[in-house]
Design a binder for this molecule. Structure first.
Ligand code: PLP
Length: 470
């Protein structure tokens, strides 16, 4: 067990003097104060006291290559010496051109023209603006309405916060950006009473189509969905049949379909894009990537669009959107080196084979553990949902602060975890069990053993606090 300072003995008011760590901005939840990490290697993080943690959620599902990757580090050093910056409105760079070509090869037909930004929120923002400018340039000026799933997450800018399906966040920004239309997400663990998962999917598709007809198809712009959810749904997987039906509806009424693969993309699902698990009739118009493509070494986000659309738009109005650091050569060099690592070390294949092994081991743990309600995901994008009652799927009360407590207790058991309550826990609580794509089976065993200890200590702590677990 890692020895950590008792949080109640730490100066909970913050920091003596000016400055301070970024978490002073955050609420003092049960996981505060955070450990101070000083070193990282492979799938492990080390803090100032020498305690070792498994990076069991790859940070916020970002460190796909793990830590201290020599190819990435040497690439960055060489790129700094060569040519670290230009702005795309004034010059081209070899790194931009090379990464765009390799990405188009990885992504396949229909995604030939990557557009590079600095993160997932910017990439979703680019997709919103691309969709709107495409409609506008074609004279469809009333097409403004966006659709997203409830729950979902698409980013931290005001537009993408509002696009995200989180009832706790929406009231804060209401009126500052136009609210999208919300369509229920088909949550596989929690279909409404009396419906199978498939019946629920069909119901939601009908709901989507009915709403388009009701508001007028000529006002509808695009649908955003995470094919495998992140922390908003706990790795809920959208099925091929659901994606196909939503695709048909989008095509019928002229909406663009955008898949947000910020977490699931770049190989984490066991294919480079999640859409490659499905037939062509599920294909989106645009795909958004971030996180794993920069692998935590550099901020990098990408919108993938078809050459036909980009080339047509550039012949009309052009796509007018940009930031100073779009297609930054240093970021592009890291993206390219990430693709080389994925290919040479067969890391996408590793996600495809180690993912099911992790799931099998976590599901075996769930047989012994009263609080594991569900283990789900695809490849190495997985989550474990915790419940107070397995039979009824009852969630923990807000007072139990289950995700924060798990995150703090995880540190005691050598696990760095991404877990936080979303939507006030209305759809459940989970912890992301999504280690880097370099994770071996032995490391999965080590991680699952620690989870076993953590869940049992967590259950004891809840019972001590008077929480009823059954
Ligand atoms: C699905 C999804 N979309 C978008 C984002 C926003 O990405 P970023 O934090 O890089 O802006 C995230 C971040 O967690 C995400 O999980």
């Amino acid at each position: 067990m890692n020895a950590r300072p008792n949080r109640f003995e730490t100066n909970a008011d913050g920091w003596d003097g000016p400055g301070g760590p970024q978490d002073l901005y955050f609420t003092r939840d049960d996981s505060w104060p955070y450990p101070r990490m000083v070193r990282a290697d492979n799938i492990y993080l080390f803090d100032e006291n020498g305690s070792k943690y498994i990076d069991a959620s790859s940070g916020p599902i970002a460190s796909n290559l793990g830590h201290n990757n020599r190819r990435i580090i040497e690439t960055m050093k060489a790129q700094l010496d060569k040519y670290p910056f230009n702005t795309i409105r004034l010059a081209r760079s070899d790194e931009n051109i090379a990464l765009a070509k390799r990405l188009a090869e990885f992504a396949g037909a229909g995604f030939e023209r990557p557009f590079f930004v600095s993160g997932g929120s910017e990439a979703n923002e680019a997709a919103i603006q691309f969709a709107r400018q495409w409609a506008y340039a074609h004279g469809e000026v009333d097409r403004k309405r966006l659709f997203s799933l409830m729950p979902s997450y698409h980013g931290g800018t005001i537009c993408t916060q509002v696009l995200s399906g989180d009832a706790a966040v929406a009231p804060i920004f209401e009126g500052m950006a136009t609210m999208p239309e919300r369509i229920e997400a088909p949550l596989s663990y929690r279909p409404p009473d009396g419906l199978t998962h498939e019946q629920n999917e069909d119901r939601i598709c009908r709901q989507f189509e009915d709403r388009i007809v009701e508001v007028g198809p000529e006002t509808c712009l695009a649908l955003f969905m995470e094919p495998v959810g992140g922390v908003a749904t706990g790795a809920n997987v959208l099925s091929g049949r659901f994606l196909k039906r939503m695709r048909e509806i989008c095509t019928k009424y002229g909406l663009l379909m955008v898949l947000d693969e910020v977490m699931s993309g770049a190989g984490r699902s066991g294919k480079f894009l999640t859409t490659q698990h499905h037939s062509d009739d599920c294909k989106p118009d645009l795909v958004v990537l971030a996180k794993g493509i920069g692998s935590g070494y550099i901020p990098l986000g990408i919108m993938l669009a078809p050459a036909q659309m980009v080339d047509e738009l550039s012949g009309l109005t052009g796509f007018n959107y940009g930031h100073t650091s779009n297609a930054n050569p240093l970021a592009c060099a890291v993206g390219l080196a990430t693709l080389e690592e994925l290919e040479e070390r067969k890391l996408i294949e590793n996600a495809a084979s180690t993912g099911p092994y992790l799931m099998e081991r976590m599901r075996a743990l769930s047989d012994e553990c009263p609080i594991i309600g569900n283990v789900r995901g695809l490849g190495l994008l997985q989550a474990t949902e915790i419940v107070a009652n397995k039979q009824t799927k009852e969630t923990f009360s807000a007072e139990a602060k289950a995700p924060d407590t798990l995150r703090r207790m995880g540190l005691d058991h050598g696990l760095s975890l991404y877990a936080r309550r979303t939507n006030n826990g209305q759809y459940g609580d989970w912890v992301m069990t999504s280690p880097p794509l370099i994770t071996t089976r032995d490391q999965v065993d080590e991680m699952v053993a620690r989870f076993g200890q953590l869940f049992s200590a967590f259950t004891d702590a809840m019972v001590r606090d008077g929480v009823k677990i059954s």
